[in-house]
Design a protein around this ligand. Structure first.
Ligand SMILES: CC(=O)N[C@H]1[C@@H](OP(=O)(O)OP(=O)(O)OC[C@H]2O[C@@H](n3ccc(=O)[nH]c3=O)[C@H](O)[C@@H]2O)O[C@H](CO)[C@@H](O)[C@@H]1O[C@H](C)C(=O)N[C@@H](C)C(=O)N[C@H](CCC(=O)O)C(=O)O
Ligand SMILES: Nc1ncnc2c1ncn2[C@@H]1O[C@H](COP(=O)(O)OP(=O)(O)OP(=O)(O)O)[C@@H](O)[C@H]1O
Length: 524
């Protein structure tokens, strides 16, 4: 970070990068005892102590078990020599097929990812069993609902940790980053972090459970207490194949939760009813539900609404932009109430919520030297549904024109949403700028043409493509007028931008600030 004020803002969010959870926290276990715990034959195994487990050969520390996963890109068995060199004491996988016998003891299992999760839970001592664990799944709203829930639990005096796509927190509230960026990291990181939370005195943990996390067994071995459902719309079809598969993977969280918090405004909820032994419902759109928000007003201080619920009726203020956040708040209220938070604590918690970095985050900028400029919002909307919600909500509070800068990811990410994103951007903003957003090895032109096609098919002509993201941001910030709102979508607080095989250091916030300075220079 070069910009001091950017660093300060990051500091207030606690966004400094820190290494992953400390590994020496794991007690060691004899390999034979671990094998037995996994239901595998233990006889004949050498007497070695296992100190940890990982699926990534580069993360092996002396004494670790290396789990060789046959994935879509690599066969983890190819990295056994590297794992051995780094000090792995054994390998676990679905079958050794090399010409030479493995150089380390080899445990054969029917499903390597499941065994990875089970071994991680065993070695970490099943930390989730001593925590109240809330999982949050759905296409959009996971991060915000996760942050809100952990905030409400803390307002009720519960020491709470969190794992989210923006980072993870122990009960001390300092935001830390994993070495690799995931919404739901792999099982060893999940289990090690939960263990670290327990050791730091946490009573509860709130976890984002992505569809990949659920499908790839990253959260297997987590004993859930509450499962929250936000909503479902089309995403990640490159991985799940069909919407039904995507739903089936997400549904696992609700199936495994003793208490479900379900969104009555989402049509998919009908298929979730009755899966959990206990459930409650919420609605911000006037549907019949246990938790309802009424008299919703969007004002200067944020969102104001009345809650009618099993906890009683009370007025609520949430200092956030975005009407959809009322639904996220209701879900968080219902979960926190189930875990013991009283209505007064819920009210106070909502009112003091500090928002989520990169989610409807307003750039409060003084570089323009007092000259009025547009309102600039950084928002991680990256699905057609979330983009529509974001634009609709900002339309209501924008006296002038509404601008959006939006791209669609390439590589192995969902190609089906490019056209719909273009259409939504052009339909719900006055001016849309299509740009790059991690196009990876996909030609950027291809993505931009698909977004343009989507916009054109909807009969919209109010768009332009500017491939370079910095230039696109600069264009809208310079061209927009006071009274206008500019939304920089997609990336939120992500710190890299992927072009081809390269990941460049990146900050939408930094680019917005540079553009605002250029604007001030131009008018000054
Ligand atoms: C589709 C998907 O999620 N794939 C993940 C999965 O890949 P995979 O099972 O095919 O494994 P692979 O990459 O072929 O590698 C096989 C094995 O070799 C190992 N290996 C590989 C290379 C090497 O040098 N050393 C090494 O040990 C790997 O650690 C792995 O164990 O396991 C890998 C190891 O953890 C992940 O890197 C990979 O994430 C991919 C790249 C990814 O970007 N996933 C994203 C889409 C994701 O998970 N997103 C979700 C949802 C986000 C949202 O909310 O929208 C998330 O939870 O973050
Ligand atoms: N309940 C909701 N319904 C629809 N859109 C939402 C909702 N909540 C948030 N959004 C939109 O989706 C964007 C992403 O929200 P958020 O980060 O909370 O969830 P997420 O996308 O599930 O998380 P992740 O960042 O892990 O992908 C927000 O910036 C907002 O535009």
């Amino acid at each position: 970070m070069t910009d001091r004020r950017e660093a300060e803002q990051a500091g207030t969010w606690g966004l400094r990068s820190r290494p992953g959870p400390a590994r020496p926290l794991w007690p060691s276990l004899a390999l034979s005892a671990l094998a037995a715990a996994l239901g595998l034959p233990a006889s004949g195994l050498p007497e070695v102590e296992v100190r940890g487990v990982t699926h990534n050969a580069d993360w092996i520390e002396p004494g670790d078990l290396f789990v060789a996963i046959r994935g879509a890109r690599f066969d983890g068995h190819a990295f056994v020599p590297r794992a051995a060199q780094r000090g792995a004491v054994a390998v676990l996988g679905e079958g050794w097929s090399g010409a030479q016998p493995p150089e380390l003891p080899y445990l054969t299992v029917p499903h390597a990812r499941q065994a990875l999760a089970d071994a991680a839970a065993v070695l970490a001592g099943f930390p989730s069993r001593t925590l109240k664990v809330v999982g949050v799944t759905g296409t959009d709203g996971k991060t915000t609902t996760t942050w809100l829930t952990r905030w409400l639990l803390r307002a009720a005096g519960v020491r709470t940790g969190m794992i989210s796509s923006v980072g993870y927190e122990l009960p001390d509230g300092e935001l830390r980053q994993f070495p690799a960026h995931f919404t739901t990291p792999e099982a060893p990181q999940v289990q090690a972090t939960l263990r670290e939370m327990v050791q730091a005195g946490a009573g509860a943990a709130v976890l984002e459970a992505s569809s990949h996390g659920l499908a790839l067994d990253r959260v297997r071995g987590v004993a859930w207490d509450v499962g929250i459902w936000t909503h479902l719309s089309s995403e990640h079809l490159e991985f799940h194949g069909t919407l039904e598969n995507y739903f089936a993977h997400k549904r696992r969280l609700i199936e495994r939760s003793p208490f479900a918090v379900l969104n009555a405004d989402d049509p998919w909820t009908a298929q979730l009813r009755g899966l959990a032994p206990l459930e409650t419902t919420y609605s911000a759109e006037g549907q019949h539900a246990d938790w309802q928000a009424q008299e919703i007003r969007e004002g200067a201080g944020g969102l104001h609404f009345r809650v009618s619920s099993p906890a009683g009726e009370f007025g609520a203020t949430l200092p956030m932009i975005g009407r959809f956040n009322v639904a996220n708040a209701l879900a968080a209220l219902a979960a926190a109430h189930h875990l013991g938070a009283a209505p007064t604590q819920l009210q106070a918690g909502l009112a003091s919520f500090q928002g989520v970095p990169g989610r409807m985050q307003e750039v409060r900028e003084e570089v323009s030297g007092g000259a009025p400029g547009p309102r600039v919002i950084i928002d991680s909307a990256h699905t057609p549904v979330s983009l529509e919600h974001t634009l609709r909500t900002l339309r209501r509070v924008t006296p002038g024109r509404l601008w959006v800068v939006i791209g669609s990811a390439g590589g192995r990410r969902d190609p089906y949403k490019r056209g719909p994103l273009g259409e939504v951007a052009a339909r719900f903003a006055d001016l849309a700028v299509f740009t790059e957003a991690d196009h990876r090895e996909t030609p950027l032109e291809e993505i931009l043409r698909e977004m343009e096609r989507g916009a054109r098919a909807a009969g919209q002509g109010n768009f332009v493509s500017i491939g370079d993201r910095a230039e696109a941001i600069r264009h809208v910030v310079l061209e927009a007028a006071p009274g206008d709102t500019v939304v920089i979508a997609n990336k939120g607080v992500e710190t890299t931008l992927e072009r081809g095989g390269r990941a460049l250091p990146w900050s939408d916030l930094g680019q917005v600030r540079a553009a605002l300075r250029a604007r001030a220079g131009r008018s000054g």
